[in-house]
Design a protein around this ligand. Structure first.
Ligand code: F0G
Length: 433
């Protein structure tokens, strides 16, 4: 299918091959599909389903399986692990009064987060274009994912991260996969500003979600869910919001699926931010008439972002889906993480914002009894072992989260026991009683 870059603000178009991150007017760019010449929805469905038994990497990938709606890249340039095809779990809908509740676990991707879906597309395109180096700013997961895909593509990788504010698992990945890791004395927003400037002046390929190819890959979270649910989508899709790449990608996926006739009814997006990093939720309160960035702070370091670059695309997504944006406290995030962890879904704090937000939206009667919802679990539990262990061992005070002390009652810390089997058996019997 033919594609071009199109500005979401003024509608100017550019060839797909242009090395540009923004329109001349400063607006964000979309990869625009030629909808008029798209295959019919039955033909697309048949093509996507026919790839399921295939063992080719481009068919095994839960991203490239949908390549007609993602990007045309020669197979030899594709950098794929493969990624995607993550599991979709059923949760108990009854406590929330819902008819159905699912969790799609994007933490099951090769580097443990949804970023791999976008990264396979951005890095494949970069390789196709002959990129000399790849760069990103990151709260951790983007850097882990880029480090991995860059290593597979044999292209040097530079990542900028806010010093001391990324979870240990993510830092470990970036270092282990050989990325040049630059820790800055500033926030993610400062790092994002720096990489955007450098990318243009120093011919470095930026792969943050400002890169429109990233978002084409992330659309497949929605496509995958649609096929896993038997060609339907629930009433609500709940996603955490940081830089708002997923929000934007989901909106674009739904716009295209509606235009292609894959869906008739558009699910509503619910974007959940941490209260201390909630510029999008604040802007939503007056229907996006004003936007103000903020100094972010939250235990969910993945979404510790005060000036999201994809704002305009995210507003489009909320408008198209009659979506809502809300925020939750860090204590609510930790409670939800505890509850998901105990169901062995397990996730990092940012992902748990989805359940916390859904709880809030049902309390506020925005999500109504009998409706169905899908939580997008964005990152793996092992990404943030420090927070997970603090929570599981009743050390929430060490996390500096107000109002989380009640969670300490659920602590499950390791007990010191002697090595004598009789004594250990006695303890086990006592626990089972
Ligand atoms: N959840 C996780 C686990 C993330 O890592 C991120 C973003 C988000 C949610 C928010 O997604 O930006 O699309 O709204 N992490 C980026 C990073 C910013 O650098 O890893 P978004």
């Amino acid at each position: 299918m033919n594609r071009q870059l199109m500005c979401v603000t003024c509608g100017s178009t550019y060839p797909l091959e242009d090395h540009r991150l923004r329109c001349d007017c400063g607006g964000l760019l979309d990869v625009q599909l030629d909808m008029d010449n798209a295959p019919s929805s039955p033909a697309l469905t048949a093509t996507f389903e026919s790839r399921l038994p295939s063992r080719l990497p481009e068919d095994l990938s839960g991203v490239w399986r949908y390549r007609e709606l993602v990007l045309d890249v020669p197979q030899g340039d594709m950098v794929t692990f493969p990624e995607g095809r993550t599991n979709l779990y059923t949760l108990d809908p009854v406590p929330l009064g819902l008819s159905a509740l699912w969790a799609k676990h994007e933490g099951e991707n090769p580097t443990g987060s949804f970023k791999d879906r976008g990264m396979t597309v951005a890095v494949s395109w970069a390789r196709h274009q002959g990129a000399r180096a790849l760069i990103c700013a990151s709260t951790g997961n983007t850097s882990a994912s880029l480090a991995a895909y860059g290593a597979r593509a044999h292209i040097p990788v530079f990542v900028l991260i806010p010093e001391g504010k990324i979870a240990q698992g993510k830092l470990a990945q970036a270092l282990a996969y050989g990325a040049h890791t630059l820790q800055i004395d500033g926030s993610f927003d400062d790092a994002m500003h720096a990489v955007e400037q450098m990318a243009t002046t120093h011919n470095l390929t930026l792969v943050n979600s400002l890169n429109p190819f990233r978002l084409e890959g992330q659309k497949t979270i929605i496509l995958d869910s649609y096929f896993q649910l038997g060609q339907m989508l629930p009433d609500w899709i709940v996603v955490p919001g940081g830089n708002l790449g997923n929000t934007s990608a989901f909106g674009k996926a739904l716009i295209e699926m509606k235009a292609l006739g894959l869906i008739d009814r558009v699910p509503r997006l619910a974007v959940i931010q941490a209260e201390g990093a909630s510029p999008f939720a604040r802007a939503a309160q007056d229907d996006f008439q004003h936007f103000e960035s903020m100094q972010p702070e939250t235990v969910a370091t993945a979404i510790r972002i005060g000036n999201p670059v994809n704002y305009d695309k995210a507003v489009r997504a909320i408008r198209f889906t009659s979506g809502v944006v809300t925020s939750v406290t860090d204590a609510e995030i930790l409670q939800a993480k505890h509850d998901l962890d105990r169901q062995a879904i397990g996730c990092e704090p940012a992902s748990a914002a989805t359940l916390a937000g859904l709880r809030r939206l049902t309390r506020e009667h925005i999500v109504r009894p009998g409706e169905s919802a899908l939580l997008i679990i964005t990152g793996n539990l092992l990404k943030d072992p420090d927070t997970t262990i603090a929570l599981a061992t009743g050390q929430t005070a060490a996390l500096g989260v107000a109002g989380a002390a009640s969670l300490n009652a659920c602590a499950n810390g390791p007990r010191h026991v002697p090595s004598d089997p009789e004594t250990i058996a006695g303890i086990i019997e006592e626990e089972l009683r």
